[in-house]
Design a protein. Structure first.
Length: 337
């Protein structure tokens, strides 16, 4: 019973904070759907990934081509896939991504897998849709350093690409259709059938004893307060350092400011979209700054700064075993040929 009330207190406090960090502050949209009647009810928020939505195959195929097309970058050196590699869980394995001319960005690349299920895009939530997100890297001077006019000129010189757009969209090759095709492809990148999903569907043998113990700790310690829903995250904002100052011993970078860069509100300083934990075992290094090279270190840091506790080695080991169970199948459209 003591564990129940402790868990409920952590959950309630973090949910309230998460509501305050939503861009619209509309409690009618958030609190009734997330705040449960009991702590056990909150566990029901952890759900298997849904099946693929209906998608236009010609748009998915076109988006796959664009995703790997270096003509989207100014110097022909970078494509979307450069920073979202399928063999690295949809990320790039670097603390910060490298763009044109070897320029380093300021933030760790999030995974493209399951990104269509995020409630907003980017760490700071500045894009509301995948289509809006797709435009960001193309125009960012540290990433692709291009423009829509440049991209359309290059693609328009390719007859096969013009024909692909004519088949996929009534108005053919446009900036909006480029972004939509990329978004359509990204919507197809769901990593279904993870061991944890099979466990949630009733297969008790899908998780071994250590992973089940880690799942129990994940709930008991309050990790589920923020890492919930089908992505185990990706559905709220939260401050990095709820119960400890993660940024105390460093000079904050622009990226460290998080959502403050979008809203200018002091309460959004160091606030980020809670990352989803699907395939997290594949996406090291961790956090927006890529500062944690291992999953074990990331779990320990989360315990210290988000939960206010130093996790024992056996607790970290168990939680990491659980997190490994979140790795799903790379979708057919996302496999390297």
């Amino acid at each position: 019973m003591k564990r129940f009330f402790l868990g409920l207190a952590v959950l309630s406090g973090v949910v309230l904070a998460a509501w305050l960090f939503r861009p619209d502050h509309d409690d009618s949209l958030f609190l009734p759907s997330v705040l449960p009647g009991s702590f056990d009810d909150a566990m029901q928020a952890l759900r298997p990934l849904p099946e693929l939505p209906p998608l236009r195959p010609e748009r998915v195929a076109l988006g796959a081509r664009l995703f790997a097309d270096t003509r989207l970058s100014a110097d022909y050196s970078v494509a979307c896939i450069s920073c979202h590699r399928f063999d690295l869980g949809g990320a790039d394995g670097l603390p910060v991504s490298v763009g044109i001319l070897g320029r380093e960005g300021g933030i760790n690349a999030p995974s493209v897998f399951n990104s269509s299920l995020n409630f907003v895009q980017f760490w700071d939530g500045r894009a509301l849709t995948l289509q809006e997100q797709a435009a960001g890297p193309i125009h960012n001077p540290l990433e692709m350093g291009g423009s829509w006019s440049l991209v359309i000129e290059r693609l328009g010189a390719d007859e096969t690409m013009r024909e692909a757009f004519r088949l996929a969209y009534p108005d053919g090759l446009t900036a909006a259709n480029i972004a939509d095709a990329i978004a359509s492809f990204e919507q197809s990148l769901l990593t279904l059938d993870s061991p944890f999903d099979r466990y949630l569907r009733g297969d008790e043998e899908a998780l071994d004893e250590l992973a089940r113990a880690g799942y129990q700790r994940f709930r008991d310690f309050g990790c589920v307060s923020c890492h919930q829903g089908v992505l185990l995250g990706g559905n709220m904002f939260q401050k990095f350092g709820v119960l400890g100052d993660y940024f105390a011993d460093r000079t904050p970078t622009e990226a460290d400011l998080g959502r403050y860069n979008v809203t200018g509100r002091e309460e959004d300083r160091h606030v980020f979209k809670v990352p989803g934990l699907r395939n997290v075992a594949l996406t090291a290094p961790y956090f927006h700054d890529g500062s944690a090279p291992t999953l074990e270190m990331a779990v320990a840091i989360m315990g210290r700064y988000q939960l206010g506790r130093d996790l024992a080695a056996e607790d970290v080991k168990a939680i990491v075993a659980f997190l490994n169970s979140l790795t799903g199948r790379i979708p057919a459209t996302g496999r390297d040929e």
